[in-house]
Design a protein around this ligand. Sequence first.
Ligand SMILES: Nc1ncnc2c1ncn2[C@@H]1O[C@H](COP(=O)(O)OP(=O)(O)OP(=O)(O)O)[C@@H](O)[C@H]1O
Ligand SMILES: [Mg+2]
Length: 338
Amino acid sequence: MIEARNITRTYTGRGAFTGTRTVHALRGVDFTLPKGGAVSFIGESGCGKTTLGKILTGLDTFDGGSLVIDGTDVSTLPAARRAPYFRRIQMIHQDPYSALNPTRDIGQILGDPLRMRARETGAGRSQQRERAAELLELVGLRPGGVLGKYPHQLSGGQRQRVVIARALTVDPEALVADESVSMIDVSMRLGILALLRDLRERLGISLLFITHDVATARYLGDGGELHVIYRGQVIERGPTDQVVQQPVHPYTQCLLSAVPVLRGLEEPGPERLVPLAALDERVPTPGCLFAPRCPFATPECTAAQPGLTVLTPGEEHRHACLHPQARRVVATEAPAAH
Ligand SMILES: Nc1ncnc2c1ncn2[C@@H]1O[C@H](COP(=O)(O)OP(=O)(O)OP(=O)(O)O)[C@@H](O)[C@H]1O
Ligand SMILES: [Mg+2]
């Protein structure tokens, strides 16, 4: 249902201390999100995850590539005609605390988009109220318990459920969940993840999940593709379980070595990465973006950027590494969570 081809996004800004700075937030990202399917993006802080989510929901623009939503390339449409396409994709932000207007109660928060939707569907007031209650039940909340309440009277988990209910008011075909559980109490996270999975299974809503946590990507991206993104570029991708169980890019191995789910697969080896903070991002890298940190880099790696190639002919698992064989890599320090 969504096909992104070679999406690039570059920000140029002037800082008082840093001078003119160009940030390549996305460098040619490709993916296909099928109807009712799941795609996860995983990578450390600043790799471009939120930028991708914003582009998919029309909150940011892109400067190269194409984005096909339901068969229409939105990049060829004038800005005014893009809105109906982007409305089919709703974003759930990482912070349920700032996503809801504190001065409006939950009934009003859901009522506003439902009223706009009613202009198309012709739903009357009572139908809108019924729909609000139905949506709250769908996300696991008791309508009587929350409709008259304000966001500050709810727990973080309840707020995130309201955010999801609000996203559902426009009957979206896809949800983009950007670190949607990272700001909520650990005890409530699993409930939200289960809810998102359930929406995908029961309503056939496609899910694009953006995270730095492989365990959640694995849980939500079950049966879908996992894309590992490094400094705006996808460096490994494939069926989620395959990438998690048999990572071949040293960066993916490093990310995965930081999570308990993979302990026991292999003990960390002696190879260590150069920490990200030690790199000067302004120095352009002609070759593999990861080469300056990679313990396996050879002169060829710094000469030209490798494209994504299949690991085994006929399979979907791809990587952008010249030396994808047996190796064990651990981070010198854990990749930053944020
Ligand atoms: N509006 C903007 N102007 C300039 N630079 C930006 C802008 N938005 C994002 N960036 C830069 O683009 C890069 C990618 O940012 P993005 O927010 O997409 O990262 P992220 O992967 O979501 O990180 P995190 O895990 O911390 O949320 C970062 O280097 C960021 O500083
Ligand atoms: Mg982000």
